[in-house]
Design a protein around this ligand. Sequence first.
Ligand code: ME8
Length: 530
Amino acid sequence: MKKRFYITTPIYYPSAKLHIGHAYCTTLTDVFARYKRLRGFECYFLTGADEHGMKIEKNAAAAGKTPQEFVDGIVEGFYKLWDLLKISNDDFIRTTQERHTKVVQDIFSKMLANDDIYLGKYKGWYCKECEAFWTDTQAGPDHLCPDCGRPVQMAEEEAYFFKTSKYVDSLMKFFDENPKFLVPESRKNEMINTFIKPGLDDLCVSRTSFSWGIPIRENPKHVIYVWLDALTNYITALGYDSDHPELFNKFWQDPECETIHILGADITRFHAIYWPMFLESLGLRKPDREFVHGLLMMKDSKMSKSKGNVVDPYPLVERYGVDAVRYYLTREINFGSDGSFAPELFVERINQDLANALGNLLNRTVSMINKYFDGVVPGYKGRINEVDGNLEDLTKLTIESYERLMDDLKITDAIAQVNELVNRANKYIDETEPWALAKDPEKKANLESVMTHLANSLYVAGMLMKPVLVTASDKLFDQLGVTGDLLNYDKIKQYGIVSGLKVEKKDQLFPRLDAAVEVEYIQSLMANNK
Ligand code: ME8
């Protein structure tokens, strides 16, 4: 196991406000970063904004602003959203910052100097929306962009090219030697079959058709291709090629640090093929893992800013709270597969898992400990009977499987395990019937045992949910009396440690939502976004 983690999200385009798809990627990345920190690892988490390109230049002009004014306004919204969602990033890079632009120019110069970039002529099918050139095969007989489905145009221009041909064999070798580099595995096959096997053209890495980009120092009428500009953010943010390379040495070059990029399936090609090639050209380490998550669909097509079919995360967080939104995104949409945002499922998840299961378990446990034991968790007596033993075993097993799944970025499955533990603990109350045990003085030891096991499973569930339920887990701990040393993750492995805690009943963690009212409300939000 490596000592440190560097984890990144894509840097999003500030061409319009962010939608729930961006919130999904950033939240899941945040859950992973928080999980690693909770387990005691040093973790550096980067997100940011990809501010150059033709689309931004066009949108700014349409809004009557300079591109910089335009992106400044939108990036304010990024900050606000990440703040609202309690994203724990350590840095936020903007590709218009000098710490980035200057280094990107240096990178281009290095590649030019070592002959990896040359000046030539580009002719191909160009998608204006995606700012990508496509080959005949990729554009197909209908000449459509394989990414966004829009018509592409034949375009020709003098341009600089990156010699991908020089790095293809080495990339294939890298894939073979690092089977965990690109996950899910199906993404790697897709890359090989769709792009590499048909023959990869050299990549056009400059543009002259617009000016909102980083000029090439040696030939300033060209701006650097937005993807060469954008991908390098992962190292410029760490101070690569600067007077302060400490973070870069620690979180990129050091093999003791695991570098993980989280990205959506729409941008796999750039990350899995070109990025390792650029790094090799610069003589740098490649990332350890790229995890490709699925896309959220709306009415059978990808939710995207340019299609205008988006769900706005801001009002959702404002109305339902940060924990509810984070929980839904983590638990409902399997990380790695495509999914969809559905108002009914959103409300159902909150009601079932958070209000009925977790909230209720806390409520019942704290009330009973108050009622039967003056608010103090009784001493741990081991396994008084089989049903206690079952809950204890499940609690221990849940910790193990949660860690294994989380480490493997199977975040949805890991949280599902915690959910199962909570459901099991609720069932355990029904099975043990503490209210009946309380009536029989001979059953006092059984009643004590039930309370201790319940408090223990809540303590464990609260800790395992901490990366997701960033405010509710603290409230849960507050009611359960968990403080000081017990806030250390590893303490959950000492079964029975909750004995002696002083519980205190407070507000419900998650009030139950009126499904019909809330579904209608969310639908009205979605309709307003059309
Ligand atoms: O591509 N469902 O930026 P972008 C889930 N600037 N995730 C989604 C999504 C959806 N419907 N839509 C977007 C860019 N995302 C480049 C990235 S990185 C060096 C440069 C998420 O604003 C998903 O993670 O279009 C996707 O890969 C990313 O946002 C694309 O964001």
